[in-house]
Structure formats: structure tokens, C-alpha cells
Ligand binder design. Structure first.
Ligand SMILES: Cc1cc2nc3c(=O)[nH]c(=O)nc-3n(C[C@H](O)[C@H](O)[C@H](O)COP(=O)(O)OP(=O)(O)OC[C@H]3O[C@@H](n4cnc5c(N)ncnc54)[C@H](O)[C@@H]3O)c2cc1C
Length: 633
């Protein structure tokens, strides 16, 4: 059942078994799976609306043509002091389906070693082997339909690692630009292997990656269409859209009459929400669990305003401390990215630049009539994840010092809590081992059809943070105003050094026989070899690859973790986080595949931990003073 804002008082139940905060990638997976049991009631609170299926969302060829403002949180970062001291826009999905409605459709998993590193960070059972089951569970993989591309583009998926029965369709476009083959051949000339399947456990190499597109109609596959639309008729699944959760209400378990669980644990019994800054506040009550899936930026902010976070941050917010948890909002990681442009000038070349006027009309018609042609192709499908050794023969020296003085790279204040330092120290050891591993990519190069070779680092050493700025996330009319987001890009200098190595690799790449045929003409400053100029250019042009993570990390408590291996927030009995924030260390990949898999696994755990469906309506603990009763009561 979809509950629009005007129906909220009429349709909201007195209580739900599960309340999922955020209907993005992770939230919709979990809501779908939990509501499979008809006796269990599930409410999803989503701040955004249902999209109206505009072409700009559904047509792969329109990826990169802009984002509907209403579907964007319109966040930005603080001034980036280790770059050029300017802020950066930070697009995030504010819409049912979250990031999967805006994203670039790339489906990559990273290397086996990336996930085995999660296990090594104190998370037994979270290895590649265990993740593989959930990668497959989420996926309905379709091999490429246009056989003529198979051999030239080396598209030979290893079917045993793919799922064919999951909800999310994953496949290939019906059209490729010829430049993809030049890129793969050029990369091979430089000794980087071509991977027939980038999702089989080895990421170091180049490939045509699959996309989250529906093979049959060649349109975007997202979490709404994969996990929600066809189950929204379930009477036990309620989606309340345009409702922003502003707080999770917590009580002491002991007062809730649950004597079997430790007294010290906190129990989430309701979620406070409202439609807009001006509208009345309501509570949704929960019998079993509150599941945060608001993404790696907003889930930690919700925890903080609910009293779970670093004590000094909560004091600043004037929020009573429920659980002093230093890791909430810390350990922020992202793939820092630079778009470098090498303009392909070969006169007969067909690229997305040709899609104007009559050609565009023809392409549109071709797409809507036959689901073929350039509009089936997303902005990017051809990518490479070179290993460090492909970038420089001096690579061991780049890594020689990365585990020394970890404290100097963490943010001052609560970000240097001893547990966070311990966690970061362990992470640096893992990062050194990952960057040395020949199966793991150090950077990514994304090739479009016109000559952009975008570089991003894949194993960032820099750590940023997210803090709420007001105890009311809707204060001053907009959540974006109440979020302090500091990625601290290149606060560890190796991150920008690796981007520089990537740019040098690009210069060699465009000089290969295969790439020379495209007649690349690098635009300034990418044609300049002077290191100082390039370093300055990097620092002015680093942007996000939209992979925020780590802010509610799954790690041991004494290593700055926020959730345990069952994704339950430390110090609480029934509050989980299931989104990209739990990723303790970014894989060398675009991360939606990992988020779908994490959420599938989270749902399986929640079901297992709550074996017998409880009748809805069992009251939670007594309401505390000053708490507004939900209008649907
Ligand atoms: C522009 C862009 C391009 C990307 N490209 C790719 C790509 O090509 N390949 C890839 O693998 N990944 C890509 N990603 C990343 C990928 O989409 C994300 O990693 C993924 O969406 C994260 O899932 P999530 O569930 O953690 O968060 P989200 O999908 O962001 O979901 C969070 C949801 O919670 C809602 N929410 C937040 N706060 C509240 C609140 N207080 N109350 C109620 N609801 C709330 C949000 O509106 C949102 O719907 C891209 C992301 C973006 C933004």
C-alpha cells in the first residue's frame, strides 16, 4: 500500500513489526523480503516521492544528462582543505529507489580480496564466499543479446557467479560505440589483462561491465522497479512517501519489560517523522525492529539526533545521550574522482556527441520502437581497474609508509577517539595488503565515447566525517542545511598521488596503437606533463564518485565500529543499519551491487533473528514524557 502524505492519518497503522527508514536501494530490498511473510507488517518511511518515470531516469542513454532536482537531496560538502578549499556538490537520491534512480547503472562487485578484507577487520562470516550467495540472490543476470559484440568486447560472463532468479535485472545494452574496443585493446597493449567477467572475484583488469538494465526493454533497473512495484499491493507492506524521519525514539529495555535482554541495551520503539519542516510531527510505532536504510550520509545523522553517536557531537546538538558511540558518522570513505578529457577527433567517429538534431530524432525512434541503438547504452560501460604495478614500477615504494603515523591522518576532535584510531590502523594494514594484491584494482578508469577517461581511486586512505548540525534535521526548512559533510578528500596524500599515477597512465594509454586511431587531443591541463600543474589541477577537480560509505561501519566496537556482524547498532537491542554506511572498507567497485547484497543478507538475518511472527499491535514500552502519539493511534 502506498500512503501519500494526505492519507497518512487515515492509513498509518497503530504499530508495525518493522519500520524501515529510507526506501532507497537497501531499504526496498529489506522491506520486500520482510513483507514476504504475510503476518508481518512493514512500514517504509521515505523522504522522497515516487518518480514519474521520465525518460531522463529510465533511458540508459540519458545517464549523465542531469538529475531531477526534486529527486536529489542537494547536499554539498564543506570546503575541502586538502584540495582547493572549495565545496563540492554531493548528489544523493531523494526519491523512492534512492541512488538507484540517479545512478550510472554500472554493476561491479570488486575483488574477492576486497570482501575477505571485511572479514579480516573483525567481521567473521563477511567474506566474498558468503557475499557471493547474496550477490546472486539479488540478481537476474541476462547474457548479452547482441552476439556480434561478444568476441570483440570480450564479454564472456562466468555464469556460476551470477544469479538468474533474483529481482534486479542485470545485463548489457544492445549497442556499443566502437571506441570501447579501442579502449580495451589500448589497455591490453599496456599489459593490463582484459577480464571476460569483472564480477567473478578478480577486479584488476579491463572489461565491458554489465549494467542494471532490463534486458528486454533496455531501460533502467532500479530498486523500486525490482523490489517494490510488484509487491506494493501486499496489505502488510506500507510505503509512506514524502515523509522525512527525524528521530528514532529509544527507551531502556528494562523499562520495556524485556527482562531477558541486558538492562543496558536501548530499545527503539518508534520513529518520529514529518512531511516537511512546517507540517505536524507524527510517530510510527514499532513492535520489533527499526531498520535504518537512509544511506551513508543520513543514517549516521539520524542516529546522532536520536542520541547515538560521539558524546561531544551529541552534547553540541543538545541531545540526551542514549549510546556514546564514537564511530557514528566517522570513517567516511568515498572514491575521489577526476574527469580528464582527451577529445577524440577522428573525423568518421560516431560518439554520443553526434546525438543532436535529426540523428537524435532517429536514435529516439529507434529506442522507443525497437529498444536498440545508442540510447540503450549508458554513459559508461567500458572500464578498467589497473593494479598499482600497471601504473608504476615504483609501486612498492608508494606503499612503504602507509601504515605509519595513522593518527596524523584522522580528523581532530571526536574523529581521533582511540577506538577509531585502532580501527583506522587495522584498515591501513588491510589497504596495504589489498593494494599489493595483483587481483585488486588501485584506480578505476571509465571511458565514455567522446574521450573522457575518468580516474578514481579505489582504496582511499583519507577519512572524512558526517555530523548533524541541528537536533531537528528539518530545521531551517531543509535537511541539506543541517548536515556537515566533510569527505576530507586527499587528507591522506597518497590518494591524490594515485590520481596523478592514473593521469600518467592515461597519457600512455592515448599513445597506444589502438587509441591513436581515435586521434585523441588532450585538453589542457591533461596535455601538460609538469607535475605541479597536474597536482593543482587534480586538487581543483576532484569530485565524488557518489560512493559514500563507512559512516556506520561494521567493525568491532573497540575498533570504532557502529554495527556488529548482524548489523545491530552497538548498545541497542533492535536497531539495525543496512545501507552503504556499514561497509567498513570500500571495495574497488561501483557499490550498488554490494549494497543490494548487504541488504539481502540483512533481511535474511532479521528474519532469522525474529523467528515467529508476532501479532501486530503488541505495545512497545511506555511512551516517555513529551512524546507525541502517532495520529493513526
Ligand atoms: C549520481 C549517482 C551515480 C551513481 N552511479 C553508480 C553506478 O553507476 N553504479 C553503482 O554501483 N553505484 C552508483 N551509485 C551509488 C549507488 O547508487 C549507491 O551506492 C546506493 O544507492 C546506496 O544505497 P543505500 O541504500 O545505501 O542509499 P540510497 O540508495 O541513497 O537510499 C537512501 C534512501 O533513504 C532516503 N532517506 C534519507 N534520509 C531519510 C530520512 N531522514 N527519512 C526518510 N527517508 C530518508 C533517501 O531519500 C533515499 O531514498 C551512484 C549514486 C549516485 C547518487
Amino acid at each position: 500500500l502506498h500512503i501519500a502524505p494526505h492519507d497518512i492519518d487515515k492509513l498509518l497503522l497503530p504499530a508495525y513489526d518493522y519500520i524501515v527508514v529510507g526506501g532507497g536501494v537497501a531499504g526496498l530490498v529489506v522491506a520486500h523480503r520482510l513483507s514476504e511473510h504475510p503476518d508481518v507488517t512493514v512500514l517504509v518511511l521515505e523522504a522522497g516521492s515516487l518518480d514519474s518515470s521520465p525518460d531522463i531516469i529510465t533511458v540508459p542513454g540519458l545517464v549523465g544528462h542531469g538529475i531531477v532536482p526534486a529527486y536529489n537531496w542537494n547536499l554539498s560538502t564543506t570546503r575541502q582543505e586538502f584540495l582547493d578549499n572549495n565545496t563540492r556538490y554531493y548528489d544523493q537520491g531523494h526519491v523512492v529507489g534512492g541512488g538507484s534512480i540517479l545512478n550510472g547503472l554500472l554493476m561491479t562487485r570488486g575483488a574477492k580480496a576486497d570482501y575477505d578484507a571485511w572479514q579480516s577487520l573483525g567481521n567473521p562470516g563477511w567474506s566474498w564466499h558468503r557475499m557471493l550467495h547474496y550477490f546472486k540472490k539479488s540478481e537476474r543476470f541476462a547474457p548479452i543479446a547482441c552476439r556480434e559484440h561478444v568476441d570483440p568486447l570480450h564479454i564472456h560472463p562466468h555464469m556460476p557467479v551470477h544469479g538468474t532468479k533474483g529481482p534486479l535485472q542485470v545485463g548489457y545494452p544492445n549497442f556499443f560505440y566502437n571506441q570501447s574496443a579501442n579502449f580495451l585493446q589500448g589497455i591490453a597493449e599496456l599489459g593490463v589483462p582484459i577480464l571476460s567477467d569483472p564480477n567473478a572475484g578478480v577486479s584488476a583488469g579491463a572489461s565491458v561491465a554489465p549494467s542494471s538494465i532490463m534486458a528486454r526493454n533496455q531501460s533502467r533497473a532500479d530498486s523500486r522497479r525490482a523490489y517494490l512495484d510488484h509487491v506494493l499491493h501486499r496489505p502488510n507492506l506500507h510505503l509512506a512517501s514524502q515523509q522525512t524521519a527525524t528521530r528514532v525514539l529509544m527507551s531502556d529495555l528494562a523499562t520495556g519489560g524485556f527482562p531477558l535482554i541486558s538492562k543496558r541495551l536501548k530499545k527503539a520503539y518508534a520513529v518520529e517523522f514529518r512531511t516537511s519542516a512546517e507540517s505536524p510531527q507524527r510517530n510510527a510505532f514499532c513492535n520489533r525492529e527499526v531498520i535504518l536504510a537512509a544511506g551513508a550520509i543520513l543514517s549516521p545523522a539520524i542516529l546522532q539526533v536520536s542520541g547515538i553517536g560521539p558524546a561531544s557531537v551529541l552534547e553540541e546538538l543538545d541531545v540526551p545521550i542514549q549510546v556514546n558511540l564514537p564511530g557514528v558518522g566517522a570513517n567516511f570513505q568515498d572514491h575521489a574522482m577526476v574527469h580528464a578529457f582527451y577529445n577524440y577527433t577522428e573525423s568518421g567517429l560516431f560518439s554520443s556527441r553526434n546525438l543532436t538534431g535529426a540523428v537524435l530524432q532517429e536514435v529516439e525512434e529507434q529506442y522507443f520502437t525497437n529498444r536498440t541503438g545508442p540510447w540503450t547504452h549508458p554513459l559508461i560501460s567500458t572500464i578498467a581497474f589497473p593494479h598499482l604495478s600497471h601504473l608504476t614500477s615504483m609501486w612498492p615504494s608508494l606503499l612503504s609508509n602507509i601504515t605509519s603515523s595513522p593518527e596524523s591522518y584522522l580528523p581532530l576532535g571526536p574523529g581521533r577517539h582511540p577506538t577509531l584510531l585502532k580501527g583506522y590502523t587495522h584498515q591501513l594494514r588491510q589497504l596495504k595488503s589489498l593494494l599489493s594484491d595483483s587481483t585488486v584494482g588501485a584506480i578505476e578508469i571509465m571511458a565514455d565515447s567522446v574521450g573522457t577517461l575518468t580516474i578514481s581511486i579505489q582504496h582511499p586512505l583519507s577519512r572524512g566525517f558526517v555530523h548533524a548540525l541541528s537536533s531537528d534535521l528539518l530545521a531551517n526548512g531543509s535537511v541539506a542545511r543541517n548536515i556537515h559533510l566533510d569527505p576530507r578528500y586527499c587528507s591522506h596524500p597518497l590518494d591524490c598521488d594515485l590520481i596523478l599515477q592514473g593521469l600518467r597512465f592515461n597519457s600512455r594509454l592515448i599513445a597506444t596503437e589502438a587509441m591513436k586511431k581515435l586521434q585523441p587531443r588532450p585538453e589542457s591541463p591533461w596535455n601538460i606533463t609538469d607535475e605541479n600543474i597536474l597536482n593543482e589541477a587534480i586538487r581543483s577537480q576532484v569530485v565524488t564518485e557518489y560512493h559514500p560509505s563507512g559512516t556506520t561501519s561494521m567493525m568491532p566496537l573497540n575498533m570504532g565500529g557502529v554495527v556488529n556482524t548482524r548489523l545491530t547498532v552497538y548498545g541497542t537491542a533492535n536497531l539495525r543499519v543496512v545501507d552503504a554506511g556499514i561497509i567498513p572498507l570500500l571495495p574497488a567497485a561501483h557499490i550498488q551491487a554490494a549494497v543490494y547484497a548487504i541488504a539481502e543478507r540483512a533481511a535474511a538475518m532479521i528474519k532469522k533473528d525474529n523467528p515467529s511472527p508476532m501479532a501486530s499491535g503488541i505495545p512497545g514500552p511506555p511512551l516517555g514524557p513529551g512524546i507525541v502519539k502517532g495520529s493513526g493511534q
